[in-house]
Design a protein around this ligand. Structure first.
Ligand SMILES: Nc1ncnc2c1ncn2[C@@H]1O[C@H](COP(=O)(O)OP(=O)(O)OP(=O)(O)O)[C@@H](O)[C@H]1O
Ligand SMILES: [Mg+2]
Length: 256
């Protein structure tokens, strides 16, 4: 079992989009995948054309077994949904002993190949639980002036968690909303690469079809599999970036 947390305290950087697109990519490689929504907004269910529900609440507060409450949204892909009752989950956890390891402990009962955790843009107790539970932290970031700062904040939180004895297998940074015709994007992208080097994955192009797919409750694999966000862009003879490459890169980590 390999657990990936999608983290960035900044909102609207592509965490949910990335979680949905990667999860629906992994199942094409025979990986039994679970996607857990840790955000009260509950956007994960919508992204697959389902209504949100209090799955996370039923699991962590009412103690119902995971396999009874997950929803199979595509063959091989289950989700655990979230809604406003996730606020109650946070209050519940805060009052418990060992409150930072609740998710880690509960996930031991599951038998997925890959679990993705879509986190809310906040640094709350569920966010800490997600980081403590995961093997790999994937940090989507827009190439804007605050990007480097935002990534550094997460790395600081991860360092604190490491000090308390948790071992991460690693982390990577995923530049999103990449517009190679805009000077600002290029400058900020270069800044991210200069700061974080090989941790930086190939970028995901800005692409209006991403928003459309989400609105129709379809994944990008279904709605527009050859769009720029999926296939990247052409540089000479090579394709640079896009979610297809990211799936392959992460599978190398997971299987390697
Ligand atoms: N590469 C892209 N090109 C264009 N639009 C995108 C791209 N990635 C995501 N979007 C759109 O941007 C919006 C924000 O993306 P998303 O919800 O994935 O971000 P998030 O980090 O999960 O946000 P939040 O912090 O609120 O949870 C969504 O409407 C999504 O459809
Ligand atoms: Mg989100």
């Amino acid at each position: 079992m390999f657990i990936i947390a999608l983290a960035n305290q900044k909102g609207g950087v592509g965490k949910t989009t990335t979680a949905v697109t990667l999860a629906s990519g992994f199942i094409q490689h025979e990986k039994k995948t679970l996607l857990i929504d840790l955000d009260p907004q509950g956007h994960i269910a919508f992204s697959f054309g389902f209504d949100k529900n209090p799955g996370l609440y039923r699991w962590l507060v009412l103690d119902e077994p995971l396999d009874k409450i997950v929803q199979t949204v595509r063959p091989g892909l289950d989700i655990l949904s979230s809604d406003k009752r996730t606020e109650n989950v946070k209050r519940h956890i805060t009052l418990m002993d060992f409150r930072e390891t609740i998710l880690l402990e509960r996930l031991k009962e599951s038998d997925y190949d890959i679990i993705l955790l879509d986190m809310a843009p906040s640094l709350d107790v569920l966010h800490i639980n997600g980081l403590v539970a995961c093997d790999w932290v994937l940090i989507p970031t827009r190439p804007d002036a605050m990007a480097v700062d935002g990534v550094k904040e997460i790395l600081l939180t991860m360092a604190e968690i490491t000090q308390r004895g948790h071992q991460f297998a690693g982390y990577s940074i995923l530049p999103t909303f990449f517009d190679r015709t805009t000077r600002e994007t290029i400058t900020q992208f270069q800044e991210i690469v200069k700061t974080f080097g090989e941790r930086v994955l190939p970028p995901i192009p800005q692409d209006t079809r991403v928003r459309e797919a989400a609105a129709y409750g379809k994944t990008l694999w279904e709605y527009s599999p050859n769009s720029p966000a999926m296939s990247g862009y052409q540089e000479g003879k090579t394709q640079v970036g896009g979610y297809k490459q990211i799936v392959d890169r992460l599978l190398e980590v997971i299987d390697g």
